[in-house]
Design a protein around this ligand. Structure first.
Ligand SMILES: NC(=O)c1ccc[n+]([C@@H]2O[C@H](COP(=O)([O-])OP(=O)(O)OC[C@H]3O[C@@H](n4cnc5c(N)ncnc54)[C@H](O)[C@@H]3O)[C@@H](O)[C@H]2O)c1
Ligand SMILES: [Zn+2]
Ligand SMILES: [Zn+2]
Length: 375
């Protein structure tokens, strides 16, 4: 079958690879109908992780069940399903607590597994014709048959639940003010989720006009950080700061001039959130970054303004989203017409176009902010 394979920094190719097969009785094989490219893929694509060539990319997967293992009970051939980007077992202590992003079974020696991602276990990605899904009864979310809401449901594997998780980490409550750093697909889904939760006012910080425009379209207040300090712009529009704040940027954050400073968003959040507020961090930080600007940052050690953080009595939550904790509820919001996360989707392309799509998304070109591949 054809699949998107990582060949080295700034290089992916569509190559012929072995078709997956049922390896365990609890596996299913899914024929992929949609697999989206994610900002998380770009960290690997740019050579900013320890990813080795040969990885099949793709953790935002949905499709039709093609084959089931003998031990699968709730999922049948022909079912339309969405898979959380997390691979999880469903029975370890973290899964039982709902923390499926930190499964202790699927990636021994580590907490958490995922499809097509460095350090997240041996699971191949779904930017391919077929995908093997382990512990399928647990990892498949059934969807209504047909092809209605395909783009909306394609957001259920990662960014919609991740945006929602960010608001959960930041404890967003009705009537509150929220600052979201990053207007990429994850930041936009975070702002959207904050509104679903009843936030009174949501600020979205970025510098890319197209993305800030989408934020404004959903009713958020766009803040361009090249037009002056974002914390100051937000302080002027609030009672000295927001109730909570969210990092949807991660370690490749830049300052206005374009230079990378891995701690700039965390420090901006400490400055933005009012005393005793809460910060949620879903933007990615890694223990090893071969391309970091300093020796400490190469090992994930960042200079955080701990003094202000403590003085303000702030709290912070972080990590991979536990997609399974939210995907069923968010699916039902889509089905009932209460949520349409597909507003972030900018292009649908065949698998063959993946190399160009990666390059253009990486350059943050207009129209490439969320590409869904259609194998
Ligand atoms: N925790 C999770 O489970 C999870 C899931 C998916 C993605 N992620 C991570 O979330 C992050 C965002 O993903 P994405 O797909 O939206 O990526 P993206 O790269 O498309 O978006 C990042 C945005 O941040 C903006 N940005 C850069 N510096 C900034 C600054 N100082 N202030 C404000 N904005 C700034 C960029 O202009 C860009 O628009 C990535 O780090 C990704 O790896 C985490
Ligand atoms: Zn993703
Ligand atoms: Zn588990």
């Amino acid at each position: 079958m054809k699949a998107v394979v990582y060949e080295g920094p700034n290089d992916v190719a569509v190559k012929q690879v072995d078709e997956p097969r049922v390896e365990q009785p609890t596996d299913v094989i899914v024929r992929i109908t949609s697999s989206a490219i994610c900002g998380s893929d770009l960290h690997m694509y740019e050579g900013r992780t320890v990813a080795e060539p040969g990885i099949v990319f793709g953790h935002e997967n949905m499709g039709i069940v093609e084959q089931t293992g003998s031990g699968v009970t709730s999922i049948r051939e022909g079912d339309r399903v969405s898979m959380p980007f997390n691979v999880a077992c469903g029975f370890c202590r973290n899964c039982l607590a709902g923390n499926t992003g930190f499964c202790l079974t699927v990636n021994p020696g580590s907490a958490g597994g995922a499809y097509g991602y460095v350090g997240m276990g041996p699971y191949k990605g779904g930017q391919a014709e077929y995908l093997r899904v382990p512990f399928a009864d647990f990892n498949c979310l059934p969807l209504p048959p047909g092809d209605e809401h395909e783009d909306d449901f394609a957001m259920l594997a990662d960014i919609f639940p991740t945006g929602y998780h960010a608001t959960e980490l930041a404890e967003v409550s009705p009537g509150e003010t929220v600052a979201v750093y990053g207007a990429g697909p994850v930041g936009l889904m975070t702002a959207y989720s904050a509104m679903l939760r009843g936030a009174a006012q949501v600020f979205v910080v970025d510098k890319i006009p197209e993305r800030l425009g989408l934020a404004a379209d959903i009713g958020a207040v766009p803040i361009d950080f090249t037009e002056g300090s974002a914390p100051e712009q937000i302080a002027e529009r609030t009672d000295g700061g927001t109730d909570n704040g969210i990092d949807a940027v991660g370690y490749q954050a830049t300052v206005a001039e374009g230079e990378e400073q891995p701690a700039v968003v965390l420090n901006d959040l400490i400055a933005t959130v009012r005393p005793t507020g809460t910060i949620g961090v879903v933007g990615l930080y890694l223990p090893e970054d071969p391309g970091a600007p300093s020796e400490d940052a190469k090992h994930g050690r960042l200079l955080i303004d701990m003094g202000s953080y403590f003085e303000k009595g702030l709290r912070m939550g972080s990590g991979q989203a536990n997609v399974k904790a939210y995907n069923r509820q968010l699916r039902d919001l889509i089905i009932e017409g209460r949520a349409t996360p597909s507003f972030v989707v900018s292009k649908r392309l065949p698998l063959e176009d993946a190399p160009e799509a990666y390059e253009r998304f990486d350059n943050r070109e207009r129209g490439y902010s969320k590409v869904v591949l259609k194998p």
